[in-house]
Design a binder for this molecule. Sequence first.
Ligand SMILES: NC(=O)C1=CN([C@@H]2O[C@H](COP(=O)(O)OP(=O)(O)OC[C@H]3O[C@@H](n4cnc5c(N)ncnc54)[C@H](OP(=O)(O)O)[C@@H]3O)[C@@H](O)[C@H]2O)[C@H](O)CC1
Ligand code: K
Length: 545
Amino acid sequence: MKILTAEQIRQADQYTIQNEPISSIDLMERAASQCVDWLLYDEDSPLGYCFSFDKTLKIFSGMGNNGGDGLVIARLLAEKGLSNIQVFIINYSDKYSPDCEENIKRLEKVIQKLEKKKNKSNKKATLATREPIPTQQHLSLHYIKSVSDFPEIQASDVVIDAIFGSGLNKPIKDFTAQLIAYLNHSKAQIIAIDIPSGLFAENNEDIEHRAIIKANHTLTFEGYKLAFLYDQNYVFTGKVHIVHIGLDKNFMGQQASDLFLLTKQDIYKKLKVRPKTAHKGNFGHALLVVGSEGKMGAAVLSAKACMRTGVGLLTVHVPKCGYNIMQTAIPEAMVVVDKKKKSISKICRESTDLEKYTAIGVGCGLGKGEKTVQAFHDLLKSTSMPMVIDADGLNILAENLSWWDFVPKHSILTPHPKEFERLFGRANNPYLRHQLQIAMSIQRQVFIILKGATTCITTPEGKTYFNTQGNAGMATGGSGDVLTGILTSLLAQGYTPEEACCIGTYLHGTSGNMAAKRLSQEAMIAGDIIKYLSKAFRSLHYGEG
Ligand SMILES: NC(=O)C1=CN([C@@H]2O[C@H](COP(=O)(O)OP(=O)(O)OC[C@H]3O[C@@H](n4cnc5c(N)ncnc54)[C@H](OP(=O)(O)O)[C@@H]3O)[C@@H](O)[C@H]2O)[C@H](O)CC1
Ligand SMILES: [K+]
C-alpha cells in the first residue's frame, strides 16, 4: 500500500470534490461520520457501544477543517443521542475556514433544538408532577481564548483532539501550546482526528520541546502518514486506525510514491507456490556462518528459522565447540566445523568452496575475535553473491569501513538502531535518519532492514517498505537471529533480495504476533517465533488464523 504525503492527500481531497463530485462540506460530513462509526462501534473505542454513559466527551476544535471535523463529530453524536458532549473552540487566530464556520452554525442549531426540547419536557413535567425532571442530554459550545478558559478534565473524560490536522504549518505556540500540555497531563483518553495536533505529517524537528498531543488513538484519513511509521512518534499517535473517507481511489493509486506499507495482500502476491513435483534441489542451498563459544544459541535459532522457512538444504559453519550442539538441535542441517574450537577463523579455502550455495547468512553470535574478523573479510572478498549480514557481521563492518567495497551488491543488512548508528552515523530525528538510510542503501547498493517496532526496509533504488507486523514480545534475545535465518532461507530459494526483505520481515512479525497471542508477550521467546512460522505461512496461503 502506497504512503502518500499530506500534500498528496490534500490533492486527492480536491480531486474527489471536483470529480465525484461532492461539496467540501459534505466530504467533511462523510469523514466525521466515519469517525463517529469508529467511536461508537469499534472495540478499541473508549466510547464503544455506550450511548448514554457517565463520561463526558470533550471535543477540542481548531478553526480550520480539522476543527470542522470535530464540530461535525459532536453534532452527529448528539443526533445519535449521546449524552454529555462539550465542545471547545480554540481561538488561536481570527479566521475560521468556511466549512468550520458553517459547522459552528449547524452545531448551534442543534444546541438550540435540544434546549427547546428540554424546556418543553420540563414544562410538561412541571405541569404533571410540579417538579422538573432532569434532562438526559447535554450539548454545549464554549470558546477558549486564554488559559483561564481551560475546562477541568476528569480521568473518566474522553477527549477528542481536532485542533490541528494536516494544515499545521508551524509549531504551536502560546495558550494553544499550553492547552496541549494541559490535555497531555490529564488522565483522560485522547483520540486524535487525522493527526495528533502539533505533529507534522512528515518531518518533525525538536520534537521533545514542542507542543504535540499524546493520543491514545489516532483516527487517520485514508492512510498512514509517514511520521506515524517512526517509532519515536508512537508516543503521540498511540494506536493508529485508518478511516476511509471515500477519496478517489484511482487518483490516489496514480500518485508517485517510493514509500509503501506492507500488507498481507502484498506478501501473498509475492509468495511462490511450491510445485507438486519439486525436490529439495529446487529450494536452494543456504550457508549460515554463525556462532562462537557461549553464543551457539544464536546459531541454532538462525539455522532452525532457515529450515522452517523452506530452504532445500542448509549447511551451517560453526566453531568446533558447536558441532554437537548443532547436530543435536537441528539434525536436518549439515554442519561444517571450523579449525578453531571457540570461534570461526576460516570460512573458505577458495572462492569455489562457496559456489554450491545459493545464499549466505553471516553474523549471528559470531564474536569479533581477530581471526573471526579476518575470516569475515575473506568471506566478503570471495563472493559476489548477495548475503545477509547481521549482528557481529555489522559491527565488524562498522569498524572497517573500507571493506564496504567488498560487500556484495544487493546484500541485506539487518541493523537495530544502535548498529545502524555505528554503521552510518547519527541523525537528529527519525525523518532525517530515514533519509540517511535511503541515501546509504543507494550509495552502498544494499538493502537495509532497520529493525524496530515498525521495521523500515530501504532498497538500492531508493524505495522504502514499512512493516508494522510484530509486537513488544519480540524484543527479546534471539529474535534478530531468527530473522537472519528466515531471510537467508528466502534468498537461497530464489526470491529476490527485495522480495526476501518484504516477505521475511512480514513473516517474522506475523509469527511473532501469533506466538504472543497464544503465549503472551511476556512469556514468548525467540524460539516461539520459529514455532509459529508454520501458522504464519498458513495464514498467508490460506487465510487461516
Ligand atoms: N482530504 C482529507 O483528508 C480531508 C481532510 N479534512 C480535514 O481537514 C484537515 C486539514 O484542514 P486545514 O484547514 O487544511 O488545516 P488545519 O485544520 O490543520 O489547520 C487550520 C489552519 O491553521 C493555521 N495554522 C497552521 N499551523 C498553525 C499554528 N501552529 N498556529 C496557528 N495557526 C496555525 C493554518 O492557517 P494559516 O492561515 O495560518 O496558514 C491552517 O490552515 C485534515 O487534517 C482533516 O482533519 C476534511 O474534513 C475532510 C477531507
Ligand atoms: K488533530
